[in-house]
Design a protein around this ligand. Structure first.
Ligand SMILES: *Cc1c(COP(=O)(O)O)cnc(C)c1O
Length: 349
């Protein structure tokens, strides 16, 4: 009699037509260990619990750094990674700021490619995988000191086309996301913990997200939630210039590059709250949106500042973000020429 091979995959229990962001994980994960000043090899293991001591320093002093990147399925059934080298470089910049060891490029690349290949059936069903590499401190020690041991884990989540409703946002002038000289430019866990309370308070008042302003004066626009922010005024694409209080988004960089190629004037500079609010008051702001890996571009439909609400044109009337969204999405899927070497192909058998 033929033996029935039992599949341990939970892929058939997943509703791919309705994928929530970040709640479903593929069958496997990658793990690698750092100790005695060196990284070991990465290995594929089933997605599941990791035994850890309660004294590991990540849990007490927050040495944790992460990345968020995507792989797409192209028409010939291979995986396309979007800007893995830029994510790798930023991963190391974040690690350095928390006094954590850099990760070798070979380890990073191999870990990600291994996971995509191992769980390729998930990519084929979902069309996109969101990849979450992260590193945290594992020395069991309660002294405030850099850990001597770390773990790298890479997780993958199936994600579908990301449709979003335009956001109602509020310009935040009380709480701050990041301070000069701090860790705002780094993708470190603590930044997000600090944003939860102010964001929940805004949500309770009916807003979807906050626009963060500079910590010292609350007069300059910085970011929105976990996205960079951009606006179009008089045909010019304006975004706050990078500093150590702003996270250097790879979506941001890609959008600005494509905008320039489309002969759209790009201004990376201070964007004052006053300037934005005055332009909103005169209906001069044609587009306002957030930019990040999860959704690429999310339009904002209203902005509140000091109790006054300003409404923006409908997303369907926004030519700049519509054009740039289409182009970047096409490049990610291999449907538009990749003139910048942004996409890395991983052959899937
Ligand atoms: C990840 C992130 C972004 C967007 O970066 P991408 O590389 O485009 O995904 C922007 N701001 C913050 C705070 C982030 O964590």
């Amino acid at each position: 009699m033929k033996k029935i091979k039992k599949s341990l995959s939970h892929i058939d229990s997943v509703d791919f037509s309705n994928l929530p962001f970040g709640k479903i994980f593929t069958d496997h994960m990658v793990i690698a260990h750092y100790s005695k000043k060196a990284w070991g090899d990465s290995k594929i293991v089933p997605y599941g619990p990791i035994p850890l001591l309660p004294s590991i320093s990540a849990l007490h002093y927050g040495q944790e750094v992460f990345e968020g990147m995507k792989a797409f399925l192209n028409r010939s059934g291979d995986a396309l990674l979007f800007r893995p080298d830029a994510h790798y470089a930023r991963f190391n910049r974040s690690l350095e700021r928390l006094d954590m060891p850099n990760i070798p490029q070979k380890l990073f690349n191999e870990a990600i490619e291994k996971l995509i290949k191992k769980d390729s059936k998930w990519l084929k069903r979902a069309s996109q995988l969101y990849l979450r590499p992260f590193i945290f401190a594992t020395t069991p020690y309660l002294g405030v000191a850099p850990s001597e041991d770390y773990i790298l884990v890479v997780l993958a989540c199936p994600t579908g086309p990301y449709y979003t409703k335009p956001l109602h946002v509020k310009i935040e002038t009380e709480y701050s996301r990041s301070a000069p000289g701090g860790v705002g430019f780094a993708k470190v866990a603590g930044n997000y913990a600090a944003s939860l309370l102010p964001t929940r308070r805004a949500k309770e008042k009916g807003f979807d997200q906050l626009i963060w302003t500079d910590a010292a004066t609350h007069t300059k626009i910085e970011e929105s939630g976990t996205m960079n922010i951009m606006c179009v005024i008089g045909g010019r694409l304006i975004t706050p210039k990078l500093s150590n209080t702003i996270l250097a988004g790879i979506t941001r960089d890609s959008i600005l590059t494509l905008a320039q190629e489309n002969n759209i004037v790009v201004e990376e500079r201070d964007l004052l709250v006053k300037e934005l609010v005055e332009a909103l008051g005169k209906n001069d702001v044609d587009e306002l949106f957030g930019a990040g890996t999860a959704a690429t571009i999310i339009s904002m439909e209203s902005v509140e500042y000091n109790g006054k609400k300003y409404t923006l044109p409908k997303p369907s009337e926004r030519s700049v973000s519509t054009l740039l969204y289409k182009q970047i999405e096409a490049i990610k899927r291999g449907e538009q020429k990749d003139t910048h070497d942004w996409v890395r192909k991983i052959k899937l058998s």
